[in-house]
Design a protein around this ligand. Structure first.
Ligand code: ATP
Length: 325
């Protein structure tokens, strides 16, 4: 099966001012040489500590930030080489749901206008067919039809996220990028939104790129999981393989912070030690080595590359943990 969306060796850098008044210009390497593919109908989750580059990676895929190296492909075609029509068609196909369902909805617009916005942008349908589509989408996301004429502030956080999901679904996308879609919601509402996302995916054959700190949510929704650390993918594996037998000590530590998920044995005290290093001066070799309980001298000098350990289980580590074959 070929991927719908594919990043090859993708890198994103941000300028970060000078060191002192006259020092050299500095850069944050937010995403470093990332290879990741998203396949039709699958949910790929990105996990990792704050600042590991998850959002920047997703924004680069959408063309919202420029990339400094590598290639992005949509249905096999290089996005950078696309003409305007092809790029617009792609934009319609890849929609985004954000963390803050209030901030992402224009408070001056009715719910109907908000949901119909991508239809207007992409010139889809007449006013009458858009109204019809909005009605159908409200039903699909579990909101009452009279929601159409109301405003965002008249809804709860969970309902606003349903509105944001309806808007994302409006142009019948194939891919939804969901960046922390649950983190602004009450815990009691989170599972409802998670179930809605799963139901919509299964019904419409959507692919999700899910960015989340919430490993329970990732476990519930994802088919595959990629762990990022300081801009790099350090492990990628099918969900159960990653949760049950993580190979990278970093992934292991992330999971150890949430004891109830995954069947793998937990090492007491295995949770992450120390702070994430400055992205302005990442450690040489494996960027995780100063925090890693398994680090040896090679880890301080040689950056490990992502390699296949078994089947679809890949990790970038000189001393991976033992995994199930
Ligand atoms: P979080 O979970 O907190 O959202 P993340 O894993 O999504 O974090 P990013 O937001 O992608 O991480 O940030 C990756 C790195 O890039 C961080 O060091 C961040 O400070 C930096 N960064 C992100 N956006 C910018 C920007 N517009 N300008 C400068 N630096 C940026």
């Amino acid at each position: 099966m070929s991927p719908i969306l594919q990043a090859e060796n993708l890198s994103v850098r941000f300028p970060a001012g000078r060191e002192g008044w006259f020092g050299p210009k500095r850069e944050v390497q937010a995403v470093s040489n990332v290879d990741l593919s998203l396949f039709a109908g699958e949910t790929l989750a990105l996990v990792g500590e704050s600042g590991s580059g998850k959002t920047t990676f997703a924004r680069a895929l959408l063309g919202l930030v420029g990339h400094s190296g590598g290639t992005m492909r949509f249905d096999g075609a290089d996005i950078a080489a696309m003409n305007r029509t092809a790029r617009q068609a792609m934009r319609r196909t890849v929609q985004m749901v954000f963390q803050d369902p209030f901030g992402s909805l224009d408070p001056r617009l009715t719910v109907a206008s908000i949901i119909a916005e991508p239809l207007r942008i992409h010139n889809i349908g007449s006013a009458a067919t858009r109204r019809e589509r909005v009605r159908a989408l409200l039903v699909q996301v579990g909101l009452p039809p009279d929601a159409a004429s109301r405003y965002p502030h008249q809804f709860s956080g969970g309902q606003r996220q349903r509105i944001a999901i309806a808007r994302a679904l409006a142009p019948a996308p194939r891919i939804i990028i969901a960046d922390e879609p649950l983190s602004a919601l009450d815990v009691s509402i989170q599972s409802q939104i998670l179930n809605l996302m799963a139901e919509l995916r299964d019904r419409a054959g959507l692919s999700y790129l899910l960015i989340s700190h919430d490993l329970a949510a990732v476990h519930h929704l994802a088919d595959r999981v990629a762990a990022m650390y300081l801009g790099r993918v350090v492990e990628v594996a099918p969900r159960d393989a990653l949760f049950d037998t993580p190979a990278h000590p970093y992934t292991r530590a992330l999971l150890d912070a949430v004891p109830r998920i995954g069947a793998g044995k937990r090492v007491p005290g295995g949770a992450l030690q120390g702070d994430i290093p400055s992205p302005l001066a990442p450690p040489p070799g494996c960027a995780f080595h100063p925090r890693c309980p398994r680090a040896s001298s090679v880890c301080a000098v040689e950056a490990p590359v992502l390699r296949v350990l078994a089947g679809a289980h890949q990790a970038a580590c000189h001393h991976p943990l033992e995994i199930a074959a």
